[in-house]
Design a protein around this ligand. Structure first.
Ligand code: MRU
Length: 352
């Protein structure tokens, strides 16, 4: 373990994950996270199809980030079509429907689109749509900071923390969710180390989380996903913190596939399992996690590694991108509105 090792933060200066360049006639800049850690490629997008494609192929990913990107994408789509004032809302609804179909699990996408449409219903102008997208962007940054501050004290000196997927600056407009908690703890002077599950098949853990923690000077080791349960059983994990893509009314949480297995192992060995997410990730309409739509992605993502086939020709694969952790396995949910403890149904209702 590397908890007490001094880590020299390397000079990793990443462009912002999401930025808007220029005024109302400007463009959306997205850091293409599929090219990380080795290449820093910034996509400059002027139209909705470019943004939708970036969301579908995970150039921009992570629940909060795709919500922000979709809000800007909606603005770009309506701007492109220049509808008459009376047709603005209908045009926006059509563009929003296209974005809604890009990735089904993270509720932040639908939440951001709904917010933009609601604003247009109150104020039918392109300027209002642009303003709403910018607000969603700025608020996401603030939420990340609040999540970090809310959860920082869960981390104590010397802890070995397990995380899964990427929940940091590369998944949000700010410090992230689960990683924001770690960044805030580090700012408070806590020393701890992180095990980052590599997150097959797209390796968000090894490519992105390791990069972010390395840049922040927080000791990190990458872990094959299949090693997590064994390390938990052997007492080598003190706390697991993950993000979420959608949280049902009872507290069931959908997150990157593999999260449920980690939660089961934590429960079996009395290790706290914590979820960190902004309020925009809570679905006010779903009673239980079983109602959360789970994205199935292309089997080629599983069958190939770095473009090389890893299974015999003709073999098929399953590729569910998320799974659902039932609320009884979750110790706490860190939000921008405060720390929730079980029973989550009541705690969520109280905050709403
Ligand atoms: O498929 P991805 O990379 O978009 O999945 C991301 C996750 O599962 C994250 O854990 C979640 O969105 C929270 S990000 C702050």
């Amino acid at each position: 373990m590397v908890a007490d090792q001094k880590v020299q933060a390397p000079l990793v200066i990443l462009p912002p994950t999401i930025a808007w360049f220029g005024g109302a006639e400007g463009q959306l800049l997205l850091l293409d996270t599929t090219r990380l850690p080795h290449e820093h490629v910034v996509l400059s997008l002027h139209d909705m199809h470019g943004v939708a494609d970036a969301i579908r192929r995970l150039a921009v990913r992570g629940a909060p980030a795709i919500g922000v990107a979709a809000a800007y994408g909606l603005y770009l789509g309506v701007r492109q079509q220049r509808p008459m004032p009376g047709a603005l809302l209908d045009t926006a609804r059509e563009v929003a429907a296209m974005f809604l179909a890009t990735r089904p699990t993270a509720i932040n996408l639908a939440w951001a689109l709904d917010r933009c449409l609601a604003r247009l219903r109150r104020e039918s102008s392109l300027a209002a749509l642009f303003d709403e997208a910018q607000r969603i962007h700025q608020e996401d940054e603030v939420c990340c900071h609040r999540i970090g501050e809310c959860g920082a004290d869960l981390i104590r000196d010397g802890m070995h923390i397990l995380t899964h997927c990427n929940t940091g600056r590369l998944a949000t407009s700010g410090d992230g969710t689960a990683l924001a908690v770690m960044f805030a703890a580090a700012r408070r002077g806590r020393t701890f180390s992180v095990l980052a599950g590599e997150t097959r098949p797209l390796l968000q853990g090894s490519r992105l989380t390791a990069l972010e923690l390395l840049a922040a000077g927080i000791p990190v080791q990458v872990l094959p996903d299949s090693a997590a349960a064994g390390l938990i059983a052997r007492g080598q994990v003190d706390l697991a913190i993950v993000g979420a893509d959608r949280i049902a009314k009872n507290g069931d949480c959908a997150n990157k596939v593999g999260t449920y297995g980690i939660a089961l192992a934590c429960a079996a060995h009395q290790i706290p399992f914590v979820v960190a997410a902004p309020w925009s990730t809570f679905d006010p309409d779903l009673e239980h996690g079983s109602q959360i739509p789970i994205e199935e992605r292309a089997e080629s993502e599983v069958l190939n590694v770095a473009g090389l086939p890893m299974a015999p020709d003709g073999v098929h694969a399953r590729n569910p991108a998320f799974d659902v952790t039932p609320c009884h396995l979750i110790t706490a949910i860190v939000t921008d509105r405060g720390l929730l403890r079980p029973p989550f149904g009541l705690a969520i209702k109280a905050l709403r």
